[in-house]
Design a protein around this ligand. Structure first.
Ligand SMILES: Nc1nc2c(c(=O)[nH]1)N[C@H]1C(S)=C(S)[C@@H](COP(=O)(O)OP(=O)(O)OC[C@H]3O[C@@H](n4cnc5c(=O)[nH]c(N)nc54)[C@H](O)[C@@H]3O)O[C@H]1N2
Ligand SMILES: Nc1nc2c(c(=O)[nH]1)N[C@H]1C(S)=C(S)[C@@H](COP(=O)(O)OP(=O)(O)OC[C@H]3O[C@@H](n4cnc5c(=O)[nH]c(N)nc54)[C@H](O)[C@@H]3O)O[C@H]1N2
Ligand code: SF4
Ligand SMILES: [Mo]
Length: 765
């Protein structure tokens, strides 16, 4: 990696605890449970406050139990909540570690001079004034529109609101262009509505669930896992398509160990079998679908035998699995998946999945896909004269011509627009980042560094000293979710529910909630009229009152259920108008045809590894979320590093044994900064290797996780952009093994300069 003007710098204000923290809370809870279950479960001396979990984006509602001294004793799922159903996943239980992590960001930090690699601890006033001054100068030189806001998680709404009030709508999230975007576009083109979260697959009532990738069980979305267990207990059949024997594949009726990147061929063959063997739901398709004849002609030659040659799957298994889903229909469903930015033709793969759901008659049917309901919380009223300014341009102007079906801002498009040769009118000159680890989330680091160099201002709001903080001008410490109010969770689900988050404990250090940071910065930018309240609690209370509850009630119940009177299934013989051009489920997409995209999905061959290289496949582990939990004292205890899954046949060629240290080098010569240990297993195909995303972090200020394992992100340099919605396909990358410690000339290393104030103080203490 080339050195850049924006050198990574060590960040001040961090503690110096050693790698192992004594008395991990989760550990002590477990010990207590083992020694005295009754005692550990005695809540009589404890008080509780409601929250919803921020360790991932399933947002399970929870209770925070505290003793008389105000110490958190445990986190438990809220019984009334459909996401939690009374339980938290291992990560949610360990959420306390986010609060307790002594490596947390503690004070606002400013790097005054770009060439001077030094962070200075400052007071909030100074940090916010600094940002406001820089934002004003970007506004003067370019325009208020020439900044980008990158967000994920609960802080998002607070900063989106502030930027909107400022007259800037360049918001984007990795949760779209690096995650769920293709499935939203693919399902929307078919059913006229996107998928959303939680995904409305009616799994608990299903007789056959099909997973394409989608490694539920490792992907630990709470009620999703509970629903699949219920379905398995009820005898549902499970079909898993995955090059790896994932946890769910090991519980499946049929595991289809597909060759990576060939799923569309399988999906076309399944459609062929359903149609040509007369197994699809004829009545449903006649009533609700458009374009069946075109589809029938399209898949005429896509037999299981044709797909077998591409996917390496047994044609009998392809046929048998299609029969199985048809037998269960309409209580059968292909789960839409979530992380779907794989090969660049991802919207079309998701289209094919949606189309099979249509052929199975699954949409709007019990055991298929339900139609979620919600109760919208109204917006807090502003003065009659207060109007959000209309920006002169926004993300749409630089995105929609190219990626016509992008429905929200595209992170990678905003990064493209941040490059110095981008037309000045739309060039981005400042980044505001909140709740995304950015450099370890969005692929193509070379471009990322060039874009960073061109920024007049980079601000990051985070709770931890993530690698990206080292490239910023200002770093702002947010309080953790256990210390703050936030907007309520009120998304679609089977029933409409509202989940409340309030502070459970005293704020640690000099951290502040996002709502406060946004309001204070907004005030400095002259936006005080958009903030006619002092405390965010007032906003919540007002919103609750509009839907028949109040802060007082929500403090007691945490989750409010509201009857909307709507049905989540299509009634028998119900006429239903889908939100598509034809008002029908579009098997043939008229929208795609109009825009010049394939109206019916086609299989295209993806790049193959050269000899000695393997498909780089990544995924999740149940005890970690992306890169945000690796340093969490509780969750670190559960899994300290990732390992590289290698098939024994491949390993033998290299002389690799279990626990051999390996470095990985990708097809473009990028070498992993750290090694990881090999895990030899038949559970992965010999042409692929697998690792859990989120490890290999290189900021020494993350004292526990620093240097442990391999980071997949820098190895992802071959990016295939989805032409329909702009997502970054990340699975066209291949790696080979290095068994001796390589010379890491290409890898940028963090500088070990001891120039900053706190480091000096630490040395003295
Ligand atoms: N514990 C935990 N749970 C999480 C998260 C977390 O960080 N931690 N993150 C949440 C989020 S935001 C998301 S988006 C989801 C992500 O989780 P999923 O949506 O389940 O992600 P996928 O990429 O579909 O699943 C990874 C699986 O795809 C397989 N795979 C790789 N290549 C191919 C291929 O070409 N074809 C097929 N059929 N399979 C392939 C891999 O072997 C692996 O088993 O997880 C969610 N749940
Ligand atoms: N190579 C590769 N890239 C991927 C993926 C992959 O599997 N492999 N997964 C993709 C997917 S599916 C997704 S959804 C994205 C996820 O992308 P991100 O959301 O960027 O993932 P995280 O690593 O969890 O980064 C979250 C950041 O928020 C911080 N944070 C945590 N809690 C808070 C809080 O309360 N307030 C604030 N302000 N900050 C907080 C964390 O410290 C961390 O820096 O990544 C995508 N990118
Ligand atoms: S699934 Fe786990 S980590 Fe995610 S919100 Fe629920 S309890 Fe928290
Ligand atoms: Mo995601």
């Amino acid at each position: 990696m080339k050195t850049t003007r924006r050198q990574f710098i060590k960040i001040t204000g961090m503690g110096t605890a050693g790698a192992v923290v004594a008395g991990s809370v989760l550990g002590s809870i477990q010990k207590a449970t083992a020694s005295s279950f009754a005692e550990a479960n005695d809540d009589s001396n404890l008080t509780r406050t409601p929250t919803y979990c921020e360790v991932c984006f399933w947002k399970c509602a929870a209770w925070v139990y505290k003793d008389k001294e105000g110490n958190i004793k445990k986190l438990i799922g809220n019984e009334e909540d459909q996401h939690a159903r009374g339980k938290l996943c291992p990560r949610g239980t360990g959420g306390l570690g986010m609060y307790n992590d002594e490596d947390r960001l503690k004070k606002p930090l400013i790097r005054r001079n770009r060439t001077d690699d030094k962070f200075e601890e400052v007071e909030w006033d100074e940090a916010l004034d600094f940002i406001a001054t820089k934002m004003n100068s970007i506004k003067k030189d370019y325009g208020k529109e020439n900044m980008a806001l990158f967000v994920h998680g609960a802080p998002a709404k607070h900063f989106e609101y502030m930027f909107k009030a400022y007259g800037n709508e360049n918001h984007s999230e990795p949760a779209y262009a690096q995650c769920a975007g293709p499935r939203e576009a693919g399902f929307f083109a078919t059913f006229g509505s996107g998928v959303g979260s939680p995904e409305p697959a009616d799994m608990q009532n299903s007789k056959c669930i099909i997973f394409i990738g989608n490694h539920i069980g490792e992907n630990m979305h709470n009620s999703f896992v509970q629903e699949v267990s219920t379905a398995i207990d009820n005898g549902a059949s499970i079909i898993v398509v995955d090059p790896r024997l994932s946890t769910i594949a090991s519980k499946a009726t049929h595991w289809l160990p597909i060759k990576p990147g060939t799923d569309i061929a399988l999906l076309l063959a399944w459609m062929h079998v359903l149609i040509y063997e007369d197994l699809y739901d004829k009545e449903y398709v006649e009533k609700y679908a458009f374009g069946f004849d075109q589809l029938k002609a399209h898949v005429a030659n896509y037999t299981p035998e044709w797909a077998a040659g591409i996917t390496s799957l047994d044609p009998a298994l392809i046929r048998k699995s299609a029969h199985e889903m048809a037998a269960a229909s309409p209580a059968a469903v292909i789960h839409p998946g979530r992380h779907t930015t794989w090969y660049g033709d991802d919207t079309q793969r998701e289209r094919a999945m949606a189309m099979i759901n249509a052929l199975l008659g699954a949409y709007g049917r019990r055991g298929g896909m339900y139609m979620g309901v919600k109760k919208k919380l109204p917006k807090f009223p502003l003065g009659a004269d207060v109007k959000f300014p209309h920006p002169h341009w926004s993300w749409q102007d630089i995105t929609k011509k190219k990626y016509k079906n992008a429905s929200v801002g595209i992170t990678n498009v905003m990064i493209d627009a941040s490059l110095p040769d981008y037309p000045k009118k739309h060039q981005i000159k400042g980044w505001f980042i909140a709740g995304t680890s950015f450099i370890n989330t969005i692929p193509d680091r070379e471009k990322m560094f060039k874009a960073m160099d061109n920024q007049d201002l980079i601000v990051m709001v985070d709770t931890m000293p993530m690698e990206m903080t080292g490239y910023c001008d200002v770093v702002l410490p947010e309080s953790t979710y256990l210390e703050r109010y936030d907007y309520s969770r009120a998304g679609k689900n089977r029933i409409a529910q509202i989940a409340f988050r309030m502070p459970a404990v005293e704020t640690k250090y000099d951290s502040k909630p996002a709502w406060w940071i946004a309001k204070e910065l907004g005030t400095r930018l002259g936006l005080e009229k958009f903030y006619p309240w002092d405390d965010f609690k007032e906003v919540l209370d007002w919103q609750f009152k509009q839907v028949g509850t109040s802060i007082e009630e929500m403090e007691k119940i945490g989750v409010k259920t509201i009857d909307t009177g709507e049905s989540i299934y299509l009634g028998e013989n119900e006429d239903y108008e889908f939100n598509t051009n034809t008002g029908k489920i579009e098997l043939y997409s008229t929208d795609f045809a109009e825009k010049g995209y394939d109206a019916l999905p086609n299989y295209t061959r993806h790049e193959q590894p050269s000899p000695g290289f393997y498909h780089l496949i990544y995924g999740r582990a149940p005890m970690h979320t992306f890169g945000r939990t690796q340093n969490n004292p509780n969750l670190f205890d559960l899994m300290e590093t990732n390992k590289i899954w290698i098939n024994p046949r491949a390993a033998k060629l290299w002389g690799i044994e279990n626990d051999t240290d390996v470095w990985l080098e990708n097809q473009d010569g990028v070498i992993s900064e750290f090694p990881a240990k090999a895990r030899l297993t038949e559970r992965i195909r010999p042409d692929s290797i697998y690792m859990v995303h989120g490890f290999g972090q290189n900021n020494p200020k993350l004292t526990r996780t620093y240097g442990r394992g391999i980071n997949d992100v820098p190895l992802i340099t071959n990016i295939k952009i989805d032409p329909i919605m702009g997502g970054t396909g990340m699975r066209n990358n291949f790696v080979t093994f290095l068994l001796d410690k390589p010379k890491l000339a290409k890898v940028e290393k963090p500088q070990e300069k001891e120039t900053d104030k706190t480091t000096k103080e630490e040395a003295e203490s």
